[in-house]
Design a protein around this ligand. Structure first.
Ligand code: ADP
Ligand code: MG
Length: 514
């Protein structure tokens, strides 16, 4: 199909219909854990931490081109493989870090953790990635294509809430949309199933099983490292519950604030440095940690002092399978994405040599990845970097771009006019720690978003994320597990630049395929 035809979808709602739909969504979301801890403005003085509220969500699933959706899912295992290969290429990552670390102390500190562990020798060769590749639909004259926004290698979130959102929209399609006075446009929706929670849990289980039993006689467990004050806790709980209820053997899962790592974990004084977790509520129970799953540690805010860096070092040098390792976290730098996508200056039609380094350039799978890339430039002094500098500092040209630092979690990018303003504030020798990316402008759609009890109606932009799980051996390169693991649709008002749900800009959605 060549365009996303909306016709009269989603149907216009009478006031009474809107009221009914909102009530149903408010109750269903709370009843099924499509929830977040409330923002401070709503929580008031909830000193006991008992309140939960509906996650922001659309009242209707958004139309999404079927061919784009299927392509994004189909190439995920190739993306998993690519990022497993990048994670194993220390020389390549050294170059990437060198490019940005001068203007980026956080990246320099992360690299330093890797170097310290490398010096004494890693004891665990297995590495786990719970990835998410994010896309927007780009409309060319003739066709619709997915273009990658970014590739996440740490704390890829919303897989838990995403499954619930698909179920919510299925429930509404079955029981509520048929009751609307103009229901015809909301009949026959094509709602694919979405097993993101189970899929991500399967990745964690694969790593847990691969770790095997403790040689020290302890029970083994999976440890979720979390942020203090995390509002998106139910998303994480859904993964935990999917994991504890999966498979024949029990998987004990514990949550530990990143800031408490050194208080509640130690390393065994053995050559293999097992990570031991003492249960704070019953210190006679000691677990050997098979898998550490980081839902924290991706930004400078989690490292207020040297002790926090020591905590990350303790995890990295332990025998636990890290999701992710420092190297895999660094593979997710926007700089890596840029280098993979920037063609050689001599021939802009060739497969970029950085991509060709990891994937056979003529292979069909490589060509399919290549099609998802949009123009991304360095801001260094190479000729492509100098070209990007002229675009970034031009008041008219900059309107088509977003400038990104090496950060995760939303709220860090500079859009359009903000680019030259920001560059003016930083010394030119640090410009190379940013990348410049063309803004993807997907066809605008209409939808209604329910956020904090209020319905916002208007134009929206959708971003598709596809999850992938991959377990590999860093030393032999053997990939032991590689799966596509469901999807996320995030939707934001078309006036908003950022789309993060947790950062408060976007909302949960699901697709109806068109
Ligand atoms: P983060 O790591 O903070 O999530 P992203 O690169 O995903 O950073 O950018 C945050 C948001 O900004 C995205 O979810 C998307 O809504 C918007 N965005 C980023 N890059 C682009 C782009 N090239 N075109 C359009 N929107 C973009
Ligand atoms: Mg993002």
């Amino acid at each position: 199909m060549s365009s996303i035809t909306q016709g009269s979808y989603p149907p216009l709602l009478q006031d009474a219909e809107k009221e009914r739909l909102v009530q149903v969504v408010k109750d269903w979301t709370v009843a099924h854990g499509l929830t977040v801890r409330p923002p401070p403005a709503i929580a008031g003085n909830d000193t006991e931490g008992i309140l939960a509220t509906s996650a922001p969500v659309t009242l209707f699933p958004s139309p999404f081109p079927k061919s784009c959706f299927e392509e994004a899912k189909a190439i995920q295992t190739t993306y998993n493989e690519l990022y497993a290969l990048i994670s194993q290429d220390e020389e390549f990552l050294t170059e990437m870090v060198k490019e940005v670390a001068g203007g980026d102390e956080f990246i320099a500190n992360l690299w330093n953790v890797h170097l310290r562990v490398k010096k004494e020798g890693y004891v665990q060769n297995l590495a786990l990635g719970l990835f998410r590749s994010d896309y927007m639909v780009h409309q060319d004259d003739a066709s619709l294509q997915i273009k990658q926004v970014e590739f996440n290698t740490i704390a890829s979130s919303f897989g838990g809430l995403s499954t619930q959102t698909s179920l919510l929209h299925k429930h509404l399609a079955q029981h509520e949309y048929p009751l609307l006075s103009s229901s015809s446009s909301a009949s026959n929706l094509d709602l694919p199933s979405n097993d993101s929670a189970a899929g991500l849990a399967a990745g964690l289980r694969a790593a847990f099983d691969a770790y095997g039993p403790s040689t020290l006689g302890h029970p083994t467990c999976v440890l979720f490292l979390t942020q203090t004050g995390e509002r998106n806790v139910f998303d994480q709980r859904h993964l935990e519950y999917a994991l504890t209820s999966s498979g024949p053997n029990k998987v004990p899962v514990f949550r530990l604030p990143f800031s408490d790592i050194l208080t509640h974990t130690t390393l065994a004084s053995t050559p293999t440095r097992q990570l031991l977790y003492t249960l704070p509520s019953n210190p006679s129970l000691v677990f050997e940690v098979a898998v550490v799953y980081l839902r924290a540690g991706y930004g400078p805010g989690d490292y207020p002092d040297q002790e926090a860096w020591e905590a990350r070092y303790q995890i990295e040098r332990s025998n636990a399978v890290c999701c992710p390792t420092v190297l895999t976290q660094l593979a997710g730098m926007k700089k890596v994405q840029q280098v993979l996508a920037t063609p050689e200056e001599s021939n802009s039609n060739s497969v970029p040599s950085a991509l060709a380094k990891f994937m056979p350039p003529t292979a069909e799978k490589t060509q399919r990845l290549l099609k998802t890339f949009t123009n991304i430039y360095p801001l260094d002094t190479s000729s492509s970097g100098l070209h990007a500098r002229s675009l970034a500092t031009s008041p008219t040209q900059c309107q088509k771009y977003v400038m990104k630092p090496q950060r995760e979690g939303g709220g860090n990018n500079f859009y359009r006019s903000a680019i030259p303003e920001q560059l003016a504030k930083i010394p030119e020798e640090h410009w190379n720690s940013f990348i410049l990316m063309e803004i993807i402008e997907p066809p605008a759609l209409a939808n209604s978003i329910l956020r904090n009890g209020k319905v916002e109606v208007g134009g929206v932009i959708c971003e598709l994320g596809v999850y992938g799980t991959c377990l590999w051996d860093q030393s032999s390169g053997e990939i032991k597990f590689n799966e596509e693991a469901g999807y996320l649709l995030r939707t934001k008002g078309d006036k908003s630049e950022e789309g993060g749900v947790a950062a408060g800009y976007g909302c949960m959605d699901s697709v109806t395929l068109v």
